[in-house]
Design a protein around this ligand. Structure first.
Ligand code: SAM
Length: 233
C-alpha cells in the first residue's frame, strides 16, 4: 500500500521558506503535511510566475504554502481543498498570517471530486510516495484525466512529481488528453531516509523507467514541475 506516514512529515513545526524575494514563515501543526522538497520547489516556481487576475484551484493545499505564494503573486480568487476541515483551518491561519486578502474559499473534498468548473489554473502536489492507494499514480492520473471538468478550455494545470512516479507516462497521458506540455522546473534531490525503510517500495521504484540515478553511491530522484495547457475546444 505504500510507505507509512513519515513522522517528521506530520510533526508540528514552524517552517521558514525563502522563495526568490519572498520570505514566508508557516505554522504547520501536528498532523498536517510539512512541505517537502516537492512543495518547496513548486513554491519557488510559483513565486517566479505572475497569477494576476487568475482564478486558482489548489487540490490538497495542506498548510497553504502555495496559496500564500499565489495570493502574493496576484491571484484574483482561490479555492483550496483538502481532506478535512482541520487541515484547511491551518491553511487559513497561514493565509491570514501573511495578510493574503485574495478572495479565498476552503472546501473539504476528495481530490478531483469537486463540483466546480472554469478555473484558470489548477495547482497540485499530488500524494505519490505516501499515496495510501494500491494504484500509486491514482492522484496524478485522476488530476490529468479530470482537469477538463475543473479548468476552462485554454486553462492549465501545474503540478509536481518525482521521476519515481514515471515522468514519461505523465507526459504521454497529458498529450493523450490533448494538453500542451511544458516542464517548468526540475531539480535533483537525494532520497529521503524514509524511502529506504520500505524495501518493497524501493523494489517498486526500481521498476519505474528513469526512476532515479545513483551517483557516488547516493540515490537521487529528479523533481519535475509540469504544466499542461488544455485545448481551447
Ligand atoms: C503531498 S501533500 C501536499 C501538501 C501541500 N500542497 C504541500 O505541497 O506542502 C498532499 C496533500 O493532499 C492531501 N490529500 C490526501 N488525500 C487527499 C484526498 N483524497 N483529497 C484531497 N486532498 C488529499 C493531504 O492531506 C495533503 O495535504
Amino acid at each position: 500500500m505504500g510507505l507509512p506516514l513519515p513522522e517528521k512529515n506530520v510533526a508540528a513545526s514552524t517552517l521558514r521558506c525563502t522563495f526568490g524575494k519572498l520570505e514566508i514563515e508557516l505554522d504547520v501543526p501536528e498532523g498536517v503535511w510539512n512541505p517537502t522538497p516537492n512543495g518547496i520547489l513548486l513554491g519557488e516556481l510559483l513565486e517566479s510566475m505572475d497569477f494576476s487576475s487568475e482564478s486558482i484551484l489548489e487540490l490538497g493545499t495542506g498548510c497553504g504554502v502555495h496559496a500564500v505564494v499565489l495570493g502574493l503573486r496576484g491571484a484574483r480568487e482561490m479555492l483550496l481543498t483538502d481532506i478535512d476541515e482541520e487541515i484547511l483551518s491551518h491553511a487559513k491561519h497561514n493565509l491570514d498570517k501573511h495578510g493574503i486578502n485574495t478572495k479565498t474559499r476552503f472546501l473539504v473534498a476528495d481530490w478531483v471530486q469537486v463540483d466546480v468548473s472554469g478555473y484558470d489554473t489548477l495547482i497540485a502536489n499530488p500524494p505519490y510516495c505516501v499515496a495510501g492507494k494500491d494504484y500509486r499514480r491514482y492522484f496524478i492520473d485522476t488530476l490529468i484525466l479530470e482537469a477538463h471538468k475543473l479548468v476552462r478550455p485554454g486553462g492549465r494545470i501545474i503540478f509536481i512529481h518525482s521521476t519515481m512516479a514515471d515522468s514519461p507516462r505523465t507526459i504521454q497521458l497529458m498529450e493523450e488528453c490533448r494538453m500542451t506540455v511544458r516542464i517548468l522546473a526540475e531539480k535533483d534531490y537525494p532520497f529521503r531516509d524514509y524511502y529506504f525503510d520500505d524495501q518493497p517500495f524501493m523494489l517498486e521504484m526500481a521498476k519505474v523507467p528513469g526512476s532515479y540515478t545513483v551517483r557516488n553511491g547516493v540515490h537521487h530522484e529528479r523533481l519535475m514541475v509540469f504544466e499542461g495547457t488544455l485545448p481551447e475546444d
